[in-house]
Ligand binder design. Structure first.
Ligand code: SF4
Length: 88
């Protein structure tokens, strides 16, 4: 089964809420700073700041996350296929 990787460039998220609106099973808005979070993701940190969130997903989970990525006005949600090729 194909596997994909989601990468959220969290520092550049403007907190518009679109991803959480179209894909609430995977995305939620942080009550702390108003940016979105990718549920269940691994947080890459520099000091106290999360610089990237990553999550591996399977084929059935691709569509809602592609919709989230397509909805992002500042293109900070990226999807990669199993070969590492960037889809968006
Ligand atoms: S759609 Fe993009 S800018 Fe808007 S909350 Fe989600 S990640 Fe942030």
């Amino acid at each position: 089964m194909p596997e994909f990787k989601i990468v959220h460039d969290r520092p550049n998220c403007i907190g518009c809420g679109a991803c959480a609106a179209v894909s609430p099973d995977f995305w939620e808005m942080s009550p702390t700073d108003g940016k979105s979070d990718l549920k269940g993701s691994v947080h890459k940190k520099e000091g106290d700041q999360t610089v990237e969130e990553e999550l591996k997903i399977q084929d059935p989970q691709y569509k809602p996350n592609k919709e989230a990525a397509d909805s992002c006005p500042v293109n900070v949600i990226h999807l990669f296929d199993s070969t590492g090729k960037k889809i968006i």
